[in-house]
Design a binder for this molecule. Structure first.
Ligand code: CA
Length: 405
């Protein structure tokens, strides 16, 4: 259900893929990886995130609006937070993202991204965690805006950059092919990378908006452009991460009917246009647009729907448990095809080197051997545990899985 946003039916795509004879990538023999179910019985797990102040604790976000605690890999029965009464779950809506304040160890602030209200809003709300890391309270609104009535393409991940600012990547708000060209509209928050400072308040008269716009945002002072905007041209950047070594963003933007893409943005390099909806991947569409500005920034990885249909962004693996040959590769998933994949990743002049999907290793088969009836079905996040090993949340199975040698 999560990203079933295609105008072309799944069966048709399967038939198309069969006709393709397997073209579209995955030609590199995969190094075998196995997997272990760490937790099960979770209600639509969306993401796994380690407590930065206590690495024995990790949290699992449940889409309906709960935060679950895992202590030393053991899922606890008591909810850390339950805001199911405030969260809208129609379509792709829900509790979609969570981030810790850069000063979490001292202020205990946690930020959640969810859909709520009627009409539906995108909301960033700050909560304060107790010192033990076992409960959250004191909700405080940071940022919100109204969504269209369509219930897909709401984005997901939120993260603080290495600059200490909060980044929210928004989807185009839904409907096929961004019918209102929101992703290229400078007065719309949709289809953008947004950058805000939740420690300030530029809206003292508005109790619902409690953030400031960083003075060095690229369009500050430009008439007719929302100053929160950092980049244009996203379709549905559902999962993205900040690389802790470079500070760069690895942005997986879910495609329409033909191409998935992953973008790399070096730290501090906004003012980009990633192209949706005038381009899907690197291919021009017939959507009218127009682009708000050019040139458009190319993804470093794109793949056709012969390989997968819904990219789920992960991270650059720097753990030590898996085969050393896998270190430094970018691991990601594909929701519809339930694949777990890695590709080489390298930088040249600060930008990611373009990678062909033909260099991908598809690890899915070996992972599923050990999982049996819990084989990967609906991966919606690929994130690190405290040691940098790879954790996968499977929305369909209700599981959290760790990749192991
Ligand atoms: Ca305010």
């Amino acid at each position: 259900m999560l990203v079933r946003l295609r105008t072309v039916g799944f069966l048709l795509l399967v038939l198309i893929c069969l006709a393709c004879g397997g073209s579209g990538g995955g030609g590199t023999p995969a190094i075998a990886i196995h997997a272990q179910v760490i937790a099960s019985g979770i209600d639509q797990p969306m993401m796994y995130i380690v407590n930065p102040a206590d690495s024995t604790q990790a949290y699992v976000v449940e889409r309906p609006g709960r935060i679950r605690l895992m202590t030393n890999d053991v899922l606890q029965s008591t909810n850390v937070l339950d805001i199911t009464g405030s969260v809208v779950t129609s379509g792709e809506c829900g509790l979609l993202g969570m981030a810790f304040d850069p000063n979490f160890s001292s202020n205990h602030y946690v930020y959640l991204h969810y859909n709520g209200g009627s009409p539906i809003e995108t909301r960033i709300v700050r909560f304060t965690m107790n010192g033990a890391g076992t409960s959250m309270g004191s909700a405080f609104p940071i940022f919100s805006f109204q969504q269209p009535t369509t219930t897909n393409h709401k984005g997901g991940s939120i993260n603080f950059g290495s600059d200490g600012k909060l980044y929210l990547m928004t989807g185009d708000g839904g409907g096929g092919n961004d019918p209102n060209n929101y992703a290229q509209t400078p007065t719309s928050f949709l289809g953008k990378v947004l950058r805000i400072d939740p420690s300030g308040d530029d809206f003292p008269a508005d109790p619902n908006q409690n953030y400031s716009v960083p003075a060095d945002n690229p369009w500050v002072g430009t008439a007719g452009v929302n100053p929160e905007i950092w980049d244009f041209g996203m379709r549905n950047p559902f999962r993205w991460s900040v690389d802790p070594v470079t500070g760069g963003f690895l942005i997986a933007d879910v495609g329409q009917d033909a191409y998935e893409e992953v973008d790399y943005e070096p730290a501090g390099h906004g003012h980009r246009n990633y192209g949706w909806s005038v381009r899907e991947g690197v291919v021009d569409t017939t959507n009218p647009g127009p682009a708000y500005f050019t040139p458009l920034t190319n993804p470093f990885l794109t793949y056709s729907h012969a390989f997968g249909e819904t990219v789920i962004g992960g991270f650059i693996y720097r753990g030590t448990a898996l085969d050393p040959a896998l270190a430094g590769r970018y691991f990601f998933a594909d929701y519809i095809t339930a694949k777990i994949v890695s590709v080489p990743f390298s930088l040249s002049g600060g930008e990611a080197v373009t990678t062909s999907i033909n260099s991908a290793m598809d690890h899915t088969a070996s992972i599923n051997i050990g999982l049996g009836v819990n084989s990967i079905s609906g991966p919606v996040s690929v994130s690190p545990d405290k040691n940098g090993e790879i954790m996968i949340c499977d929305l369909n199975r209700g599981t959290v899985v760790r990749l192991i040698p």
